[in-house]
Design a protein around this ligand. Structure first.
Ligand SMILES: Nc1ncnc2c1ncn2[C@@H]1O[C@H](COP(=O)(O)OP(=O)(O)O)[C@@H](O)[C@H]1O
Ligand SMILES: [Mg+2]
Length: 283
């Protein structure tokens, strides 16, 4: 890997983000509830919202709605890197559980909502909203790789064009979430063919999924062309030119956009063994 080709944090912030992503537009993508309005305008599908909680006193009413659901996802609207996200399902005794089997009591959930509302997981602000979403059910391709939680596909777009991609697969440690910071695996994707290549977990190269034992290279990502078009459509709808688009594949709905990132992480280069600089220069 040619070192000059690597986009460092400084270079990303100074030469890319400060030039191509005007700060005043960050709030459009830093808040997942606002992002859904943009996706709606772009005609891009996304997981449907079950409820939005703004105040502590709404929690009891929301719990009544949630107790009717088999599964759902709780997110801080302005969270990042998987912080504060809970994938929840109901067991036969009506208890809430996360993919790793952790029990969430009603009291735990109330505390968690409180933490989100007080901004514990949010971009340096003192308040936030709780976004409760329909839980995406993975298609067979993703289920065959790993069953607890959903892998996502991160696409970096520059000036509306997809330049680099990776598949991120949850692990037992990441508790269903596909964020590398939570312990998920990053897998390179060839942009032309949509085929997976080499993988990295916690900075180490790996060949098979440590929990499911499945080999993760040489797999063709389903809906690859549709995923590329969806990343173009969503990134062209925001006044930001360097974006990380997160996409999941729902069993019945196909590809859905989870969120857009104005400061996407740089580990994607390690995963792909390729620097972003020449790719951005080539756009
Ligand atoms: N609606 C959902 N259904 C199932 N899993 C989800 C859902 N939303 C998020 N996740 C899981 O959590 C991860 C992080 O979600 P995301 O919306 O991208 O937030 P963040 O900004 O924290 O990365 C996703 O990659 C996915 O694995
Ligand atoms: Mg994300």
């Amino acid at each position: 890997m040619n070192l000059d080709s690597i986009l460092s944090i400084n270079k990303r912030n100074l030469d890319v983000i400060s030039v191509y992503n005007p700060r005043k537009f960050f709030p459009l993508v830093d808040d997942k509830i606002r992002t859904k309005d943009i996706l709606e305008t772009a005609g891009v599908p996304y997981p449907s919202t079950i409820a939005v909680v703004q105040n502590f006193f709404e929690i009891e009413d929301i719990f009544k709605i949630l107790l009717e659901k088999e599964s759902f996802v709780v997110k801080p609207a302005r969270g990042r890197a998987g912080g504060g996200i809970l994938l929840v399902e109901k067991d036969i005794n009506n208890n809430w559980k996360t993919p790793s089997g952790r029990n969430i009591s009603r009291e735990d959930m109330k505390t968690h909502f409180g933490d989100i509302l007080f901004g514990v997981y949010s971009f340096g602000r003192m308040d936030d909203r709780v976004l409760i979403e329909k839980r995406v059910i993975p298609d067979d391709f993703m289920l065959n790789i790993y069953k607890r939680g959903i892998p996502d596909i991160r696409i970096i777009t520059f000036k509306g064009k997809p330049v680099m991609a990776m598949l991120r697969i949850p692990t037992d440690r990441s508790d269903g979430k596909a964020n590398l910071h939570q312990g998920a695996i990053g897998v390179s994707i060839d942009m032309k063919s949509g085929k997976t290549g080499s993988s990295v977990m916690s900075g180490k190269r790996i060949e098979i999924h440590p929990d499911s034992g499945v080999k993760i290279s040489g797999l063709k990502i389903p809906f690859w062309n549709e995923i590329l078009s969806i990343s173009k459509l969503s990134s062209r709808e925001v006044p930001l030119e360097y974006i990380g688009v997160d996409i999941v594949i729902d069993r019945t709905l196909g590809p859905l956009v989870l969120e857009l990132n104005a400061r996407p992480g740089l580990q994607i280069q390690v995963v792909n063994k390729q620097g972003l600089v020449p790719l951005l220069e080539g756009v």
